[in-house]
Design a protein around this ligand. Structure first.
Ligand code: 5CA
Length: 156
């Protein structure tokens, strides 16, 4: 997707987060693949999961540790409405990213975001950077701030 990686770079810079995007030359579509490529634990991979409000139709972003499952009840309580998995095309239209490369940063349209507080236990976490082989490392607090996300208990 043309411009996706550049959007992540710009959003990070605009938020004062210094990142270096790495193209791995191999798939980082899943948390397991990303961990293998980054040489980190799966827990240090930030999944960027997009859900849709059943009432409003609005999208919500949940940044979840690779080892955790999003608790939909907790997520719905934070969103203020029941949630369902978002349609991949809708995700692409609003974030500008295809599934497997959805980044916490640089969406086309601002999306309310929440982050799994268990990510805060690490010195460094890795997140997708807009393509299926692109990642970047960041200190979790700095990443969560740059993503304008609210840290919360999200894990099932
Ligand atoms: N690049 C990796 C690690 S940073 C990554 O993007 N992982 S991810 O977990 O954030 O993205 C894959 C996620 O997309 C899956 O965990 C799954 O929740 C979601 N997903 C996969 N297929 C679909 C689909 N058809 N519709 C909606 N979401 C999907």
């Amino acid at each position: 997707m043309v411009g996706s990686i550049e959007r992540v770079t710009k959003a990070a810079a605009d938020a004062g987060l210094s990142i270096e995007i790495k193209r791995m030359g191999a798939s980082t579509r899943t948390a397991e693949e990303a961990a293998e490529q980054c040489g980190c634990t799966v827990a240090q991979i930030v999944k960027s999961l997009v859900f849709q409000g059943e009432t409003s139709g609005k999208l919500f972003l949940f940044l979840v540790s690779g080892v955790n499952q999003l608790d939909l009840g907790k997520a719905a309580a934070l969103a203020g409405e029941p949630l369902k998995r978002a349609d991949p095309r809708h995700i692409r239209d609003e974030t500008g990213f295809a599934i497997g490369g959805v980044s916490p940063l640089g969406h086309l349209i601002a999306i309310p975001a929440f982050a799994d507080s268990s990510l805060l236990a690490f010195d460094v976490v890795w997140a997708a950077a807009g393509a299926h082989d692109a990642v970047f490392a960041a200190e979790p607090n700095a990443l969560i701030d740059a993503a304008h996300a609210k840290a919360a208990d999200l894990a099932a």
